[in-house]
Design a binder for this molecule. Structure first.
Ligand SMILES: [Zn+2]
Length: 470
């Protein structure tokens, strides 16, 4: 079997790995590359292989950096099956439509200027119509149920505990008279996260391809993270400002809402209104409600014990869908919490809230997720001042904080213990590290190699092709 690493190599976006097994091609994930606009657009538009030659896609989870380039793949001629858990399929449906909407808006904005300059307008990467041709290709598969993808390739999804429906993919391969197992971790979650079950592992793995997003860092515990959220709310409330939480609409938003709900029930949240200003978050929350098969015991027990209590909402919380209602939030004078996408401040309504509040020293911006290089979120965390928002420059007078404990990604210790658990029940020959910026993969490689007695660790570059065989 050959693996060619086409994305999320020494970086965290655009996850995409091409497998060649018995002469047939299977893609693991087909994510959107994010970062520098022009470069990302070119990479996303020009797939490095013939789309019609791909037999199937195995999708690990719905996050756009894993699923977001499926419309380009289908547009370029792919017509095979896209395998995913049913929760991933449902989430991907709402997320891809949203992503197309962003692509269309982005281009419309640029084209306004280009047309004024007499230049030819750009085409969006893909449109909502393209997304509609992706959806019929999905085939739902459930956790822990092996299925045949191609002759000689049986796949099995196990819970990755990262977002609703997220999976690691176990591949049992039969090629040239040999049988071996490859495990793709997908994005690995954390033990003890609310709502989701803990990440699962399997044994008998010969080759492991694993993520390393936080390979060089340790997170707060989920309890410390809850306390950071309480303190941020309290501080902002006391100075009469707004607490802005840029948040992935899917996963993180539901987790933050669940925590705010708990704080509210405990009487630990100041008396302030909470707005989830994202139609995508509202839609994704509906998908969460439809998939209790993915929930952990804590939330299932809560639902049984208090059937009237909504874990994704409470009396002071409102989901904002319409643009008008979103604009009304600008006129709020009392302290409030506004949760809005995108999580890295690259697009979406959060930009308007930042624009309106960033020069007010009473405002607090609380980051609860990973901020990739070259994003506005990273610039704010790095202390850049002023910052560009929607084409204008703004002074940063707001307080910028971060609460790492909300990460849906395992930290260094958690990644190590996950890999060790796999290794104890296997005899892994090589580990390939992907989905981490350079310092993260290097740090994790060192730790893994030290703790696992010199097991070979490789960090592929984009385009590297590696032969896996016994
Ligand atoms: Zn993810």
């Amino acid at each position: 079997m050959r693996v060619q690493f086409w994305g999320a190599t020494r970086s965290v976006t655009g996850a995409m790995y091409m497998l060649t097994i018995n002469g047939r091609h299977v893609l693991i994930d087909c994510g959107l590359m994010q970062g520098r606009r022009k470069e990302a657009f070119e990479i996303n538009r020009n797939l490095p292989f013939q789309a019609e030659d791909v037999d199937a896609v195995l999708l690990t989870h719905a996050h756009i950096d894993h699923s977001g380039n499926l419309p380009s793949l289908v547009r370029a001629g792919f017509h095979g099956h896209i395998y995913a858990t049913s929760a991933t399929r449902d989430l991907a449906a709402v997320m891809l439509v949203d992503s197309a909407h962003i692509q269309e808006q982005d281009v419309a904005y640029v084209n306004k200027r280009r047309l004024r300059q007499g230049k030819r307008p750009f085409e969006p990467l893909y449109t909502q119509a393209d997304v509609l041709s992706v959806l019929p290709l999905f085939r739902s598969v459930e956790y822990n149920r092996p299925f045949e993808v191609l002759p000689g390739l049986v796949a099995q999804y196990i819970d990755a505990g990262h977002i609703l429906g997220s999976a690691s993919v176990v591949l049992d391969i039969q090629e040239d008279g040999h049988q071996f197992r490859v495990l793709f971790s997908g994005d690995i979650g954390r033990k003890g996260l609310p709502i989701l079950r803990d990440p699962q592992t399997v044994g008998q793995v010969d080759f492991l391809v694993m993520e390393s997003t936080y390979g060089d860092r340790l997170h707060e515990t989920p309890d410390q993270a809850k306390e950071s959220l309480r303190q941020a709310a309290e501080t902002t409330y006391r100075r009469g400002g707004k607490l802005l939480i840029p948040c992935f609409a899917v996963g993180r938003t539901q987790e933050i809402v669940y925590r705010l709900n708990q704080l509210w029930e405990e009487g630990a949240l100041p008396y302030m209104d909470v707005f989830v200003d994202s139609p995508l978050a509202a839609n994704a929350t509906e998908v969460f409600r439809m998939h209790p098969e993915c929930f952990d015991e804590e939330i299932l027990e809560l639902m049984l014990r208090e059937p009237d209590r909504d874990p994704f909402g409470f009396s002071r919380l409102r989901y904002v869908r319409s643009v008008e209602a979103s604009k009304e939030l600008n006129t709020l004078t009392q302290p409030a919490i506004i949760i809005s996408a995108s999580g890295m401040c690259e697009a979406g309504r959060i930009l308007h809230h930042l624009k309106n509040n960033i020069e007010d020293p009473r405002t607090m911006i609380l980051f609860v997720g990973f901020q990739a290089e070259n994003t506005l979120g990273r610039k704010l965390l790095d202390g850049q001042n002023p910052v560009p928002i929607l084409g204008e420059h703004f002074q940063v007078r707001a307080e910028v904080r971060r609460a790492d404990g909300y990460s849906a990604h395992a930290d260094q210790t958690e990644l190590l213990s996950w890999a060790q658990q796999v290794h104890r029940a296997s005899s892994i020959r090589t580990i390939f590290l992907v989905h981490g910026e350079e310092p993260s993969c290097q740090a994790l490689a060192q730790v893994l190699s030290k703790e696992m007695q010199g097991l070979p660790i490789e960090i592929p570059y984009r385009g590297d092709m590696i032969e896996l065989k016994l």
